[in-house]
Design a protein around this ligand. Structure first.
Ligand SMILES: [Zn+2]
Length: 219
């Protein structure tokens, strides 16, 4: 055997060793290298979601706080198209159950990753960290939040609420940038600090969105 072949052989063998071999639950054949990773390449039966996968892997998007929301929405639509219950109406009971499970997992993953606060908290959890329940909050900051809260409550006109909405969205965007940088730097203390602040602005955002809905404003 030539040296080149020897090396090649070694590389192939090692690659093979590290590959996780999964057998299809239905036909027992190897399911690696299936086109969509959802279905068995042999019998085309839907496979169970891999428990080792996090929400990013499940959605097939890059694992980063700065994720592309358009890309995420696209992947979500694609996945739900494959997982739609109608597609499994005439299939075996077990496959129907897997599709329902998979579909709700995809919903959960999408919801979590789409929302900036939930995404940050989830990424923290992946790193074994959490936002502590009782964080000390600056009194001045709390006053500011309470004032904002009142402003939203007292907003009468469409213009008023939309202005508050714009202002709050800008603050959230700014915080997202801070969280993103902190994640990039691997500084979990800063991540926790900014996510703690984001919690308050998210609750104001929820309040604003509820007010927008109640005023029947279509955007
Ligand atoms: Zn199969």
């Amino acid at each position: 055997m030539s040296l080149r072949n020897l090396i090649l052989n070694h590389v192939i063998k090692n690659a093979y060793k590290h590959q996780i071999r999964l057998a299809c639950w239905s036909c027992g054949k190897d399911v690696k290298n299936t086109e969509s990773h959802l279905f068995c390449g042999n019998c085309k039966v839907l496979q169970e979601p891999d428990k080792k996968n996090n929400y990013f892997n499940i959605m097939g998007v890059k694992e980063t706080y700065d994720l592309d929301e358009t890309e995420l929405a696209k992947k979500y639509k694609e996945l739900q198209k494959y997982l739609h219950p109608d597609k499994f109406a005439n299939r075996e009971q077990k496959e129907q159950e897997i599709s329902a499970q998979y579909s709700s997992l995809v919903n959960e993953a999408y919801k979590t990753l789409l929302e900036p606060l939930a995404r940050g908290v989830y990424m923290l959890r992946l790193r074994g960290k959490e936002i502590p329940e009782n964080t000390e909050v600056d009194q001045q900051f709390l006053m500011k939040i309470m004032e904002k809260n009142e402003e939203v409550e007292n907003a009468k006109s469409k213009e008023e609420i939309m202005e508050l909405n714009q202002e709050n969205k800008a603050l959230m965007k700014d915080l997202q940038k801070q969280v993103s940088t902190a994640f990039f730097d691997g500084d979990m203390k800063r991540v926790i600090k900014f996510l703690g602040v984001m919690k308050y602005y998210t609750s104001i955002d929820n309040q604003i969105q509820a007010s927008i809905r109640s005023k029947g404003i279509i955007r």
